[in-house]
Design a protein around this ligand. Sequence first.
Ligand code: KIV
Length: 285
Amino acid sequence: MSKKPAKTVPFVRNSKRREGAIPLVMVTAYDAPSARAASEADVDLILVGDSVAMVVLGYDDTLQVTIDDMVHHTAAVARAKPNVVIVGDMPWMSFHVSIDESVRNAAKLVKAGAHCVKLEGGLKRIPVIEAILDAEIPVMGHIGLTPQSSNVMGGFRVQGQDVQAALEMIDEAKELEQAGCFALVLEGIPDRLGKAITDSINIPTIGIGAGADTDGQVLVYHDVIGLENRFKPKFVRRYGTAFEDQTLALTKYAQDVRKGAFPGPDEMYPTKDELNEALGLYGKQ
Ligand code: KIV
């Protein structure tokens, strides 16, 4: 039986479907139990995404999380020691002010346990990407619908829909490959453009709402398990009913407490006879 390759950045870098690789599986995770579950499920990469802002911390967009928030969640994921590549997501304003600060922020994620970092943006981010790579930190790019640019884009809108924008995006992908990114997330673009970008570069593409022809797929953990049940973007497939399951469990717990059915005899520490006798006096007072 052939041994599965270790899940490392070079393994991801070499996972091009047209060269026979199996599609890459990436999922977000933000804490130790979700990292354990993702590892048990044998995913290839965990993205500690800035989507934590929306699905865990209750914000309306991803702009509110800081590098310290991302370090906190990356460390929680890493403590579970998942057998995956851990990708630390660089939040808004952690790589926009100066190159030095950006490299230091990328290093914070690595010190917290990430094996590489991801950052959103195209051509104008190349100097920062090169500086982070220079510090021996692998970088995953992210183009298309980049949520950190939602104010510029006028919301969470599908990108690359007209010919010029699509062609520019293909060029952008090539430049990011040239700059040294080991993989690219393609988010919220027409399926045919997802394929064209994937065919145009030699590093793997990981799609979210980018069609079926990318070299891998990524989804948000809470969408996959159905813990996020308020809004379902078109590209999401729910594989579980976690919100309903946990609400049902909590409802049953509350009912049992209220009717005196919890805790039961097996859920208590037994009282020794001598103590039982002594304490019996108290009940009589
Ligand atoms: O933060 C995130 O979850 C992401 C994915 C949508 C790729 O960046």
